[in-house]
Design a protein around this ligand. Structure first.
Ligand SMILES: Cc1cc2nc3c(=O)[nH]c(=O)nc-3n(C[C@H](O)[C@H](O)[C@H](O)COP(=O)(O)OP(=O)(O)OC[C@H]3O[C@@H](n4cnc5c(N)ncnc54)[C@H](O)[C@@H]3O)c2cc1C
Length: 468
């Protein structure tokens, strides 16, 4: 009988350090390691979860008592063609590796998350969206081909035309149908290392969402920073940052701005605070009063419309400015709640959710809005509407109250015809999942699961929470 060495038993956490689970870690260096892990799991009666960087906000890459396949070592960029913009990578390659490889040649990844630390395997499993979701859809729409190992031992190659049913279900499939080994992606052409950003204040939720809706078609990217503490007639106020790529010739120093040296994130935030120290300074602010002040200051600082240029890295990866910023939430960590609502119902639903958070004394500390459009991946989270992501601090005292409130949020979202994102929410139940995905989608997913993973070897804490 084979066994796993006890020294590989490791405690894993989610990004916000609010959830923990211990598992046996198997480091993957070659595709054969994945085959071997499946055989081992079957013999030992253990469940397997692939893990990229492990920075999902929730339990997507946690697997208490089972095996975690650490994919971060499968991280080679295998082929890159600067003429066509096609790149083939192993699935543990991070967005940081990718953009740094292609940007000096005048290309940028078509879709990126708010952090560059995510791996391509993690990005495909969640089918991530960027600030350009309304224009270009999720990352899956830019995948030309992927290879994956299923627990049956098959190495499958999928494109939008070959094994198309698996293509559209494994991308978005939360790593529950197979383990990605390589990904071929088409990059987006850029003519400058800079991006032009229009920043403007919005006084309330109606104007906030109206701005996203009306102005998105005129830009490549759009995002809203929502002031989560404001109530009454100012509820939902904030700032819109709408950005467009520069056209050929608009940047007379394009050769320089495309260099990596131009793309670094500044060492100091707002030109003052050394970023390595910032999370210590943020800690005292992680209470309602402190964050109210921070939100207000942020809103007041952008009371006039202005346009500026910033590097792609600065625009896309703002949250990477402050290393370990999530630790400022303290010992209990933080969780994020992101809901996706149709454009017709979003305002009413979010008004109610923000009011509820004020009434309960559990305000969110950060609110981010985006504009979306639907896509045809099986477990899609997108709608023709908007998303609002809200970060909440967790403490032992608040945990139960917070959990109760987020379940009430789920009901508001369901009543408004909305959807949830499996890379973020940590409270959504199996009942809510059934309501938003619908029986037909769930039954299709179960059929794929049976075909790719007949012995149910691939399971994560998230899977057990939302599909059981
Ligand atoms: C600061 C921050 C900002 C973010 N911004 C955005 C954003 O703007 N848009 C967005 O859509 N998301 C965003 N996210 C969420 C993030 O993009 C996803 O959670 C992503 O999946 C994390 O990648 P990872 O490599 O850490 O994956 P992990 O957290 O390790 O895993 C995520 C899922 O992918 C599966 N998986 C990982 N590798 C593989 C593989 N090789 N094969 C099969 N399955 C695999 C895991 O089993 C798990 O289900 C953000 C997260 C953070 C922390």
């Amino acid at each position: 009988m084979m066994s796993l060495p006890l020294k590989t038993f490791t405690r894993f956490e989610n990004f916000g350090h609010s959830l923990r689970a211990s598992s046996y870690r198997i480091q993957v260096k070659r595709t054969e390691d994945i085959h071997a892990a499946f055989q081992l799991a079957k013999q030992l009666g253990l469940k397997i979860t692939a893990r990229g960087t492990g920075i999902s906000y929730n339990d997507a890459s946690l697997n208490g008592g089972g095996i975690v396949l650490d994919m971060s070592g499968l991280n080679q960029i295998l082929e890159w063609d600067p003429a066509s913009g096609l790149v083939r990578c192993e699935s543990g390659v991070t967005l940081e590796q990718l953009w740094k490889h292609v940007e000096p040649h005048g290309w940028w990844p078509p879709v990126v998350s708010g952090t560059m630390k995510t791996t391509l395997g993690g990005c495909l499993s969640a089918n991530i969206h960027g600030k350009n979701n309304f224009q270009v859809g999720p990352i899956g729409e830019h995948v030309q081909e992927f290879t994956a190992v299923t627990p049956t031992g098959a190495l499958v190659t999928c494109t939008p035309n070959k094994n198309a049913d698996l293509f559209y279900s494994m991308i978005s499939g939360l790593g529950m149908l197979g383990v990605f080994t390589s990904v071929t992606l088409k990059m987006k052409r850029i003519h400058s290392g800079l991006i032009s950003v229009d920043a403007r204040p919005v006084p309330n939720l109606s104007r906030h969402l109206g701005d996203l809706l009306e102005n998105a078609p005129h830009y490549d990217y759009i995002v809203g920073w929502l002031e989560t503490f404001a109530g009454g007639s100012s509820l939902g106020c904030g700032q819109i940052h709408a950005a467009r790529n520069l056209k050929e010739g608009e940047d007379s120093h394009a050769q320089q701005t495309l260099q990596l040296s131009y793309q670094h994130l500044p060492d100091r935030l707002f030109g003052l605070m050394p970023k390595s120290l910032l999370h210590y300074f943020m800690s005292p602010f992680v209470n309602n009063l402190g964050w109210r002040a921070v939100n207000l200051a942020k809103y007041m600082s952008a009371q006039r419309k202005h346009t500026f240029r910033q590097s792609h890295a600065e625009f896309h990866f703002l949250l990477d400015y402050v290393p370990d910023w999530e630790r400022s939430a303290g010992r209990g960590g933080l969780i994020q709640y992101q809901s996706f609502l149709p454009k017709e119902t979003a305002e009413g639903a979010w008004r109610r959710m923000i009011e509820l958070s004020h009434e309960r004394g559990l305000p969110s500390y950060l609110g981010v809005t985006k504009r979306h459009r639907p896509d045809k991946f099986l477990l899609t989270h997108a709608v023709d509407g908007f998303s609002l992501a809200m970060d909440f601090k967790v403490t032992d005292r608040r945990r139960a109250k917070l959990s109760q409130m987020l379940q009430e949020f789920d009901q508001i979202v369901l009543d408004a015809g909305g959807r949830f994102y499996f890379a973020k929410n940590s409270e959504t139940s199996a009942e809510s999942t059934r309501s938003f995905l619908g029986d037909e989608t769930l039954s299709k997913f179960r059929q794929f699961k049976k075909r790719c993973d007949p012995h149910n070897l691939l399971e994560s804490d998230l899977y057990r929470r939302v599909f059981r």
